[in-house]
Design a protein around this ligand. Structure first.
Ligand code: AQP
Length: 338
């Protein structure tokens, strides 16, 4: 008999630095939409266990986890409507990840572009955790039997692997137990690029702070970074096709579109023929209008970290009520005596 699954969303963000505009537009903004509009149960997580696959200073990790929680809430995630917690407080993630380490194949992992990018040339010196990252990510999702996962474009390959792991588990044990999760990669900014190099993703861990807009940047910093953002000498084109070969221009148009809840076509129509000298100040105003309230609310929330810790503990408790029975059933299927 085919199992039916409750429509449930899971997604996570690493507390591996400050929240960027890429995380906000590619992920959190979508999380809020799905919390409000999709008819889903929503589960959102600060994936601290993923963050430590590369070195994190413990004090920074604690601060970044709390700040990320503040970022979720300030952006519109309601900890009553959604389950909101940090990954290490729900040990079932790691317990299921071990099972998935035994399901996933080395060859699958070696093909992951994130592994290749982050491990670089020196794979011998990368952590085993970084190599196994996608199996833990599959466990994060499947420990909740999540049916939908909103992510940025860079996570597409990991979600395909999650589907492969679920399918192989179901097939190996002749069950219909794990859902084949749907990725949700939507919106005008599924891949926000660096402000300094339109061929590179905007990232928390980019050494150049000028490459990204941080969700904690004040109005002056936002204005400075947008003013300094790399562009070319041409005016904005009169069609989307005219952005071909102009990655930096395309990126700023996409950011404008996503921040204004519009699309790239509409932005091109509005600014066709204008120079960046006109477009950038408009983007600055829009960024300040949309991001300053979030940043202000984040600093307000960060003044009471004990309240944040309470929210995370309560979220973890709620998460475990879903995760624990799914882990127990997985152990039964695999043949573990309990
Ligand atoms: N530039 C981006 N554009 C659109 N979406 C993005 N995401 C990240 N960067 C962009 C989405 O944010 C979610 C959380 O990502 P993550 O923190 O788990 O890991 P990441 O993708 O590796 O993000 P960073 O900022 O690049 O972190 P570091 O520098 O630590 O590796 C995901 O849904 C991701 O798609």
């Amino acid at each position: 008999m085919t199992q039916t699954f409750i429509p449930r969303v899971f997604s996570g963000i690493q507390p591996s630095g400050g929240l960027t505009l890429g995380n906000y537009l590619g992920a959190i903004k979508r999380f809020v939409d799905m919390q409000e509009n999709g008819g889903f149960e929503t589960v959102y997580c600060m994936v601290d266990l993923h963050a430590i696959t590369v070195w994190q200073n413990p004090e920074d990790l604690r601060r970044n986890t709390r700040e990320l929680c503040a970022g979720f809430i300030a952006s519109g995630i309601d900890p009553e409507k959604s389950i909101l917690f940090n990954q290490s407080q729900v040990p079932e993630h790691v317990q299921l990840a071990w099972i998935f380490n035994c399901v996933a194949r080395m060859g699958w992992m070696k093909r992951m572009t994130q592994w290749k990018d982050k491990a670089g040339k020196n794979t011998e010196n990368a952590s085993l955790g970084l190599f196994g990252y996608p199996a833990l990510m599959a466990a994060d999702i499947l420990i909740y039997h999540a049916t939908h996962v909103p992510v940025g474009d860079d996570q597409k390959q990991h979600l395909e692997l999650t589907r492969d792991i679920a399918a192989k588990f179901n097939n190996d044990f002749d069950v219909d137990f794990f859902p084949i999760t749907e990725p949700v990669i939507e919106g005008a900014a599924t891949r926000v690029m660096s402000l300094r190099d339109g061929s590179k993703k905007m990232s928390k861990s980019d050494p150049s702070d000028l490459s990204r807009l941080n969700m904690t940047d004040d109005a002056d910093a936002l204005a400075k970074k947008i003013r300094k953002a790399k562009t070319d000498a041409e005016p904005l084109p009169d069609s989307i096709e005219g952005l071909e070969g102009r990655p930096e221009a395309r990126n700023l148009v996409n950011i404008y579109a996503a921040l204004s809840d519009s699309n790239a076509e509409a932005v091109i129509t509005e600014f066709s023929g204008h120079q960046f000298g006109t477009f950038k100040p408009r983007l600055v105003d829009l960024a300040i209008e949309k991001l300053a309230p979030i940043s202000n609310e984040m600093s307000r929330l960060m003044q009471d970290t004990s309240e944040i810790d309470k929210i995370l503990a309560r979220g973890a408790e709620r998460g475990r009520t879903i995760a624990a029975p799914i882990l127990a059933k997985t152990y039964d299927i695999v043949g573990m005596l309990r």
